[in-house]
Design a protein around this ligand. Sequence first.
Ligand SMILES: [Zn+2]
Length: 551
Amino acid sequence: MFSKRIQAIALAALTALPLAAQKKNSTPTSVPRPKLVVGLVVDQMRWDYLYRFYEKYGDDGFKRFLNQGYSLNNVHINYVPTVTAIGHTSIYTGSVPAIHGIAGNDWFDRTTGKNVYCTTDESVNPVGTDSKKNGSHSPKNLWSTTITDELRIATNFQGKVVGVSLKDRASILPAGHNPNGAYWFDDTNGHFITSSYYMNDLPQWVKNFNSQNWGEKLVANGWNTLLPIEQYTESTPDNVAWEGLLGSAKAPIFPYSNLAADYAQKKDNIRYTPFGNSLTLKMAQASIDGEALGQDNITDILAINIASTDYAGHKFGPNAIEMEDVYLRLDRDLAEFLKYLDTKVGKGQYTVFLTADHGGAHAVGYLQEHKIPTGFFGEGAEKSMNAIFKTKYGVENLLTSIENYQIYLDKNVAEKNKVDMTNAVDYLVDEINKDKTVLFAVNMKKLADAPIPEPLKTRIINGYNWERSGDIQLVSHDSMLPPYAKTGTTHSVWNSYDSHIPLIFMGWGIKPGESNADYNMTDIAPTISALIKIQFPSGNIGKPITEVLGK
Ligand SMILES: [Zn+2]
């Protein structure tokens, strides 16, 4: 028996030998990598949009991803708050706010007592615009490296990196610390711009792109539905009370024939329409040409953010015909973009991943109509919480800010009035927990001992940045939205509607398939790292999704 086994092993070794030798002979001289990696992050794309509009999608857009790619059906965001800046950062760093430093779109800086926008950098100048507010941005608040940084390092800065988005933060944070360019849309002139962090003048190809005035051309005919409106059977009637208004429109109904005039007045109107996505993908195409991305054997990364899906979601909510039309048109735009990649880079020569920075809740009005628990909470919360402190300690303005469902207390006010911070935080937590309009509140410093179910507990800990986050985390009841979302919707919370995101890898090195296994947003970066054989980003906590890799 024993000797038979040895015999078998010896036999296996013998037969394996010629194979190993053969393999050694055919070892490639360079590291096998795709020519280009394209990150396509669709802002506020709920996972269920892949299937809700499935029958109306063409064969070459989202369906091409589903048929030719590997789709992961159960990917969640493993931190709160689920907002844009953190989403893009976590996708590209494989990390979470506690580590990578991006604790929100905005947060409160305790040392300066000021609100901080994630990418604002007063030390840099705008390039391509006169607007300091729109142009003075950089990744200076980002503490971790990104897969884009790691690609630059792995290729001795020969692999190129470009970021493109309508939003500054969704271009800057994915592109990392040392890209060849990061470009975003300026509402004052309708151009793609950058900052002196990256360069002192726009490249000629960006100037050429801007001079074509694509924004104006795309909105020239207003916005009507792509298909006859009666075919939008996946959405609510066109005119419902919980949809917001676009530009000068008097009602949230098609056609939006004032769009061109509205755009001429205020360029940001394009952001809420499908044409903002078309504009972004045209700019992405121009960047492939302009920077010769995917044209040699050194891998490049193009980080694209599709942002109009988020603007439209905030304005109209997930169940509006407007939203369905944004997705149907995006589907057509994606088909065209993939075809462009096929021609320009070559079929099978590039890898794309499609995902989202977060999802979005259903509109409160929509849920109410269908008897699903919902409502608003937090109206005048800062005032009433400060009143609680006033009664208890006789101190004004102990609470300084509520950002990202986190409450910040003012340390200086506490010290000056000899209020013990820990006591004040605990007292407010107890008071809030008496309030039935929130699910619960928790002291950030006592998270480990708090009776909170998983995975919520881990998500709060992952999202808690010691320098930049608040003192108390508020957790709302399901589908309870803040008062500013009276029309349309918003996102920020741990619940599936905000945290369940699509994730599909497609192309070079990816086998077709589908999986219902659980993964986290932070697994995206190490999967790309493993695929293209570069170091994991510095703050990575994720794991490669090995089931997608292979032929
Ligand atoms: Zn948003």
